[in-house]
Design a protein around this ligand. Structure first.
Ligand SMILES: Nc1nc(=O)c2c([nH]1)NC[C@@H]1CN(c3ccc(C(=O)N[C@@H](CCC(=O)O)C(=O)O)cc3)C=[N+]21
Length: 291
């Protein structure tokens, strides 16, 4: 059993990005600048946004964090987005999800300039991705492709089962893995909450991606021997023995699944860090696109 080490791989990618940024600076080119808008102070969201800012520092990007109160109106948020769209120094930005209920998420995502949409959530980028055109790939699916590539996990002709049809992970990943691309050419099944007899489907899979958001959902009896397992889940589970008062649980029951898997991502240290690395990669790309 081989651990797909997302922490180590993301560090390698960040090193590569840092070198590219240093070269840009030597050549007198612009320093990439990533901004993030966060509305409210949800604990988990704060953690991710803070680690994005830290990662920017690490690779030599400039970063801006726009922290808006929980009661921000949709109109105010759209105004902030417009400012970032028009700011010549900002190469890319993200609006951290989820948003408070008074704000229409779709409306917000559509307000982001597609050329600065380093999350790849704008319909223009989703459309381009779907049509195999160059676009910003959403960071989590992109990170999973990168991890599979760097560990040389074969996807071509393989049976992949993605569990979860979210717009930011399951749906785009199922599209990407089915495409004619280096990490792709798979036969993809997209399973979801209405899927019947899921275990009989996952047991046939060479690769299972658990992205449904239920802690320790996928168990050893649901996978075949030698399967590759990608765990996208990250749930805070109350645990008083930990100093933070919680532990992080994936969507995979690591204990039972790792006994059967040939490759498996851990939580933490798997897909999460890859997501951040690929967001940086998209931001570097956005910056290069404007040279
Ligand atoms: N517009 C937008 N874009 C996103 O990409 C986005 C978002 N909204 N909303 C929330 C989700 C979640 N997400 C994570 C990023 C990194 C880790 C990560 O690095 N996790 C560490 C552990 C971090 C911890 O200690 O909590 C790990 O898995 O090792 C996790 C989750 C990005 N998201």
């Amino acid at each position: 059993m081989i651990i797909l080490d997302g922490k180590k791989t993301s560090d390698n990618i960040k090193d590569e990005i840092a070198i590219a940024v240093a070269k840009r600076k030597e050549a007198g080119l612009k320093t990439p600048h990533l901004a993030a808008i966060i509305v409210g102070t949800d604990g988990a969201s704060m953690t991710y946004v803070n680690s994005k800012v830290k990662s920017c520092q690490k690779v030599g990007f400039n970063s801006t964090l726009i922290d808006l109160p929980e009661d921000t109106t949709e109109e105010q948020l759209l105004h902030e987005i417009e400012e970032l769209n028009n700011d010549k120094d900002i190469d890319g930005f993200i609006v951290q999800l989820p948003l408070p209920k008074q704000i229409d998420e779709q409306k917000v995502l559509m307000a982001v300039d597609p050329d600065k949409d380093v999350d790849g959530f704008h319909p223009v980028n989703v459309g381009k991705m779907t049509l195999d055109l160059p676009s910003f790939l959403p960071a989590t699916p992109y990170g999973i492709l990168e991890l599979l590539e760097r560990y040389e996990v074969e996807t071509s002709g393989k049976k992949v089962v993605v569990i979860g049809r979210s717009h930011i992970v399951g749906r785009p990943l199922s599209i990407l893995l089915s495409q004619k691309r280096k990490v792709g050419n798979a036969t993809v099944t997209l399973a979801h909450s209405r899927t019947r007899d899921l275990a009989s489907i996952t047991r046939e899979a060479d690769i299972v991606v658990a992205a449904l958001g239920i802690a320790e959902f996928l168990t050893g009896d649901m996978v075949k021997d030698g399967a590759t397992i990608i765990d996208v889940g990250i749930t805070r589970v109350k645990d008083d023995s930990k100093k933070r008062g919680y532990r992080l649980a994936g969507d995979v029951d690591f204990e039972s699944v790792s006994k059967k898997a040939s490759f498996i991502t851990p939580v933490p240290g798997g897909v999460g860090p890859m997501t951040i690395a690929m967001l940086l990669k998209n931001t570097l790309q956005a910056c290069e696109n404007r040279d």
